[in-house]
Design a protein around this ligand. Structure first.
Ligand SMILES: Nc1ncnc2c1ncn2[C@@H]1O[C@H](COP(=O)(O)OP(=O)(O)OP(=O)(O)O)[C@@H](O)[C@H]1O
Ligand SMILES: [Mg+2]
Length: 216
């Protein structure tokens, strides 16, 4: 197997109480791995730890060969800008801007061009002139996914990316994410409650009883 893009070893974290401990995880290019688990088990927290946003109490995260939480602010900023794509559980689009302007902000920051092919595949190309506030929840979700993919990240962390979507649109989003990872040698770590979505991933992990266990 190729060198992992992300490798996490011995990860533990607590907020008010111990959330999870001794977690081991790795993902290589072109892989898609799903993480499932009950609400409150710590899935989003784990994604934040994997994706530069939260230093764990214990353990090491190696991202693209860098010992992540030893990096300085500039290096972390650069990873976020160019290499790490995060599709949050709740999307954060700029409300006053049009869909196109929202995507343009991300591509300008990362030095990429807007990928109109992705907009078309996500069936949002006709919505680009609309203000965010004029779009449905599922349309906003797809704009935020397009925004993340347009910057051409090497690894994508997606926290329930299809949570607001009907089955057909959820499958469409998965098609786009899977095609992206194949075509760009990227990796996808996906949190989902949807079994038909997790079934499409190469591996499945469950976060339960404070540990992350591989299911298949
Ligand atoms: N910044 C924080 N400060 C304190 N507690 C937090 C913080 N972030 C999360 N928690 C707590 O940690 C626990 C796990 O939260 P997390 O969001 O990781 O769960 P989750 O598995 O993603 O749940 P869901 O499926 O509902 O999204 C929750 O009890 C939450 O209240
Ligand atoms: Mg969550």
């Amino acid at each position: 197997m190729s060198q992992p893009l992300l490798e996490a070893t011995g990860i533990s974290h607590s907020f008010d109480y111990l959330l999870f401990s001794d977690i081991h995880f790795s993902i290589a290019a072109k892989q898609c791995i799903a993480i499932v688990g009950r609400s409150g088990s710590g899935k989003s927290t784990l994604l934040h730890i994997f994706s530069t946003f939260l230093q764990p109490d214990h353990g090491k995260v190696t991202l693209f060969g860098h010992d992540l939480y030893t990096l300085g602010d500039n290096e972390i900023e650069s990873l976020r800008r160019y290499d790490v794509g995060i599709i949050f559980q709740f999307h954060y689009l700029f409300k006053g801007m049009s869909a196109l302007e929202n995507i343009d902000v991300a591509t300008t920051l990362s030095g990429e061009d807007i990928d109109y092919d992705i907009l078309k595949k996500l069936k949002i190309d006709h919505l680009m002139a609309h203000k965010t506030s004029e779009l449905s929840g599922g349309e906003q979700q797809r704009v935020s996914i397009a925004r993340v993919l347009s910057k051409k990240p090497r690894i994508i962390f997606a926290d329930e990316p299809t949570g607001n979507l009907d089955n057909e649109t959820a499958e469409l989003v998965m098609d786009v994410l899977a095609a992206y990872t194949r075509e760009h040698d990227a990796a996808l770590v996906l949190v989902t409650h949807d079994e038909s979505i997790s079934a499409r991933c190469d591996m499945l992990y469950r976060l339960e009883n404070k540990v992350l266990e591989r299911q298949r």
